[in-house]
Design a binder for this molecule. Structure first.
Ligand code: ZN
Ligand code: FE
Length: 256
């Protein structure tokens, strides 16, 4: 039986690199290509050959190593159709609702606009894993650079609808700062208080706080909890729409 081996490692100042490896065929994909050398190091350590790059969005810190890795390995680059002209080396484009195969594994493309207009996330139901890049972070969400708060809210709701036991890999290690902010929005959430302490301990040891799960985020991430009564009370927005509550939380984070 084939399994998917996943390696997560730091890149740049606060990005994550992620490699996924199909043990049956040896195929290996990089989720985005933030930085060449750390990716090469992990490939070498594992004895893997890069065959694919799955791009989530056009930002420099997610595509910088595309061309170098393509040149070295001939890796096939798949990425968002709506940002095709801004992503170097694309071989194949995909959009929300598309499905393709990474060897035996189904990959579902989820349109998650907001951070950028064409941002996509990759969901692999057979591996119970999602790659959400700069849309959903542990205890946070991406800054809204190109889209609207309504778009980002809808994108996050799509991710929140995945099964609770879905393991989530994100683009950045922002969790400790996110936890500090989350506590200002949801201070009486005991699970959040406990998680914030665990995160501080991990970071003090230089350890990553990712991956996370959809279930844990739904319990502790304020950006997925706009419907929560305590948060609404805390914000004085008892009767507001979820979208309005989300927008207020995002605004507060921008000014935090
Ligand atoms: Zn980005
Ligand atoms: Fe980024």
């Amino acid at each position: 039986m084939t399994t998917l081996q996943i390696e997560q490692f730091p890149c740049r100042s606060d990005n994550f690199g992620v490699l996924i490896h199909d043990t049956a065929t040896g195929a290996t994909a990089s989720i985005d290509a933030p930085e060449e050398n750390p990716i090469l190091d992990v490939l070498e350590e594992q004895g893997w050959q890069l065959t694919h790059i799955l791009v989530t969005h056009h930002h420099h810190d997610h595509v910088e190593a595309n061309l170098a890795l393509k040149k070295k390995f001939g890796a096939k680059i798949i990425g968002p159709r709506d940002e095709a002209d801004r992503i170097p080396g694309l071989d194949e484009t995909v959009g929300g609702g598309d499905k393709f195969k990474f060897q035996e594994f189904d990959v579902e493309v989820i349109a998650t606009p907001g951070h950028t207009l064409g941002h996509i996330s990759y969901y692999m139901p057979g591996a119970k894993t999602a790659f959400t890049a700069d849309t959903l972070f542990a205890l946070g969400c991406g800054r809204i650079f190109e889209g609207t708060p309504a778009q980002m809210h809808e994108s996050l709701q799509k991710l929140a609808a995945l099964p609770d036991d879905t393991v989530v890999y994100c683009g950045h290690e922002y969790t400790e700062a996110n936890a500090k902010f989350a506590l200002t929005i949801d201070p009486d959430n005991r699970q959040l208080v406990k998680r914030a302490a665990e995160i501080s301990a991990l970071r003090a040891n230089g350890e990553p706080t990712l991956p996370t799960t959809i279930g844990l985020e739904k319990q502790t991430n304020p950006f997925l909890r706009a419907g929560d009564a305590q948060i609404r009370q805390h914000l004085g927005m008892i009767d507001a729409s979820d979208e309005a509550v989300f927008t207020e939380i995002r605004k507060r984070k921008d000014n935090f």
